[in-house]
Design a protein around this ligand. Structure first.
Ligand SMILES: Nc1nc2c(c(=O)[nH]1)N[C@H]1C(S)=C(S)[C@@H](COP(=O)(O)OP(=O)(O)OC[C@H]3O[C@@H](n4cnc5c(N)ncnc54)[C@H](O)[C@@H]3O)O[C@H]1N2
Ligand code: MOO
Length: 560
């Protein structure tokens, strides 16, 4: 790797500019003079878009030529390389959590479903005093109509009897025992209840059939609760992309202390939860030796037998004697879509697609690629729902021509009807609408991302290639993108974008962290996000794009 100079933990790649020696952050940031605001901005990073420059590796032996893609262009290719997976119906619960709604959520019932009491107290009819005639608890039928000047004791949530005009809460009333029974009156100094007071009216939150949420919304715990409240037992969501992770490296230890040339595997523990947070179903994590045939067989197995929508490898992307990713992809007939990105760290990341899709299904639309991956059988197909409302327009399929991935995700639009079972009964919609070239959508197939082995470089690959790809597969719209002013200069690479871990200070300005070399995770572990630093660097006060790292920032970050 292009290692940072001793003492400089920040720059992977030739530094430039006055702050080059401080590129990873030199000491504490200084707050910007003016009140900075974190605000959405249309695109994070605006360097070359999809440009390619042929650049040989200088290993002393010509191995291959990468055609580096610009950082924004690479993200756009990843966003448009796949098409959204089909809809599946899943019970309300963990399976739905984090998936995108395949259909808008419309209320199946009025909410509240009936007039009910908002307080523990008495439901009453007309002006007081009121004769007490009984009680209704939550969950009980309300019983007979309430006559004028009568009241019943009610619990919060109890359905109000017909005729009730208001509820008097416990602490505002007093009950007197008279010869003819119990009587309720308002206790001074409280005023008499107004009509409708403390009553939750039927339908005041929504009416049956009313649209509550659009398709594409991520199912959060709150969405689960709303769906349950409004009558749902299950939800139609976009299937979670199945991801198989292959961690490569003879030198990796799964436990204990590193030494003797061996290091702990940092990516095996880090990436599966990261992938899950991005909406993936991580179906397998395997560690492999640096062996060409083992890698080829494992990838083939993941695609053909495992039914992975996406195979992610770590390590082996460069051109060392034990780097076999390119060779394995070539043997499997994979098509390289991105082979090197002008970003630091993460430069050797790559994106490819296989000639056939999950479950070993051949790709009839790609006869020239047939036979690459061994179709050795398959998992049971997903249960797809036929109740499918396609509320999305798929992003442009032409790489390099479309909008920024952060603002161009699937959004509301005219339906394209890509759901449904395939004719072959595999649950894999190759032949259906949307899978062929005539539909204008990319065909359904398995994808591949090769992440570099250096841990921070691997994270750069997740943010650049994996996140946009999973977003499209899982039907998630683009999250809001942000920019923030920098608290200090960040030195840049002369030609490449840099991704630098930052924390937001109290004014939401981005302070670059230290220990951000490509082999380091110390900066990232304290970070709120990754600043997108254009070639040449950025000055203190300058706004730069900030990539979300997918989960709430570490609490220590701002004081570190
Ligand atoms: N001659 C050149 N060599 C390298 C170049 C180059 O342009 N010319 N690029 C460098 C860059 S940039 C990167 S990034 C790395 C990418 O290397 P690989 O993807 O082939 O990864 P490995 O060689 O297998 O490992 C690199 C490094 O990362 C450590 N590693 C790998 N996996 C893990 C893991 N799971 N947990 C922790 N650490 C891991 C590994 O031990 C190595 O130190 O290539 C440069 N080389
Ligand atoms: O600069 Mo590499 O792409 O060490 O991560």
């Amino acid at each position: 790797m292009e290692e940072a100079a001793p003492g400089d933990d920040g720059v992977a790649g030739p530094p430039s500019g006055p702050a080059a020696g401080c590129a990873g952050g030199c000491g504490n940031g200084r707050a910007a003079a003016e009140e900075p605001r974190r605000r959405p901005r249309p695109g994070a990073g605006d360097e070359e878009h999809g440009g390619a420059a042929s650049r040989p590796y200088d290993l002393g032996r010509p191995v291959f030529h990468r055609a580096d893609t610009g950082w924004s262009g690479a993200r756009h290719i990843a966003l448009t390389a796949a098409r959204r997976l089909d809809a599946v119906r899943v019970p309300l619960g963990a399976e739905a959590l984090g998936a995108a709604l395949a259909q808008g959520l419309a209320a199946l019932t009025d909410l509240p479903p009936f007039d009910s009491s908002a307080m523990d107290g008495w439901a009453l009819a007309g002006p007081g005093p009121w004769r007490l005639t009984g009680q209704v608890l939550a969950g009980q039928e309300p019983g007979a109509r309430l006559a004028d000047r009568h009241a019943v004791r009610v619990a919060t949530g109890a359905e109000l009897p017909a005729g009730a005009t208001a509820v008097l809460r416990n602490e505002h009333g007093a009950v007197e025992l008279r010869p003819d029974g119990e009587w309720l009156r308002v206790a001074a100094p409280h005023p008499a209840p107004r009509p409708g007071q403390e009553v939750r009216r039927r339908g005041q939150e929504c009416r049956a059939g009313e649209a509550l949420l659009p398709a594409g919304v991520t199912v959060t715990p709150a969405v689960l609760g709303l769906a349950a409240a409004s009558g749902y037992d299950d939800l139609a969501v976009v299937a979670r992309p199945r991801v198989e992770l292959l961690v490569l490296g003879d030198e990796l230890l799964a436990e204990g202390q590193p030494g003797g040339g061996r290091v702990r595997d940092a990516l095996g523990p880090m990436l599966p939860p990261w992938l899950r947070a991005l909406g993936a179903d991580v179906v397998a994590v395997r560690t492999l030796p640096d062996d060409a045939e083992a890698l080829r067989a494992a990838i083939s197995d993941a695609v053909a037998t495992g039914g992975a929508d996406l195979v992610v490898t770590t390590g082996g992307t460069a051109s060392g004697p034990r780097d076999h990713v390119h060779g394995a992809l070539a043997r499997l007939g994979a098509r390289l879509r991105v082979d090197g990105v002008t970003v630091r760290p993460g430069h050797p990341m790559l994106l490819a697609e296989f000639p056939c899709g999950p479950y070993g299904t051949p790709c009839p639309e790609d006869p020239e690629h047939s036979g690459g991956v061994e179709p050795t059988g398959g998992r049971p197909p997903r249960q797809h729902t036929d109740a499918y409302t396609d509320a999305y327009t798929h992003p442009d399929t032409e790489p390099g021509a479309g909008p920024d991935p952060d603002t161009a995700g699937p959004g509301p639009g005219t339906g394209t009807g890509t759901g449904g079972e395939s004719a072959s009964g595999t649950g894999f919609d190759l032949a259906g609408a949307g899978s062929g070239s005539g539909s204008g959508l990319p065909p359904r197939r398995s994808h591949f991302v090769g992440l570099p082995g250096n841990p921070l470089a691997a994270v750069a690959g997740v943010l650049t290639l994996v996140a946009p790809l999973l977003r499209t597969l899982g039907g998630h719209p683009a999250p809001a993108s942000y920019s923030a002013p920098l608290t200090e200069d960040i030195g840049g690479h002369p030609t490449d974008t840099r991704l630098v871990p930052v924390v937001f200070d109290a004014r939401a300005a981005a302070r670059p962290l230290r220990h951000t070399g490509s082999a380091m995770l110390r900066g990232l572990a304290a970070a709120d996000g990754m600043a997108v630093v254009p070639p040449g660097g950025a000055k203190a006060g300058e706004e730069v794009g900030v990539l979300d790292i997918g989960m709430p920032g570490a609490a220590v970050g701002n004081t570190w």
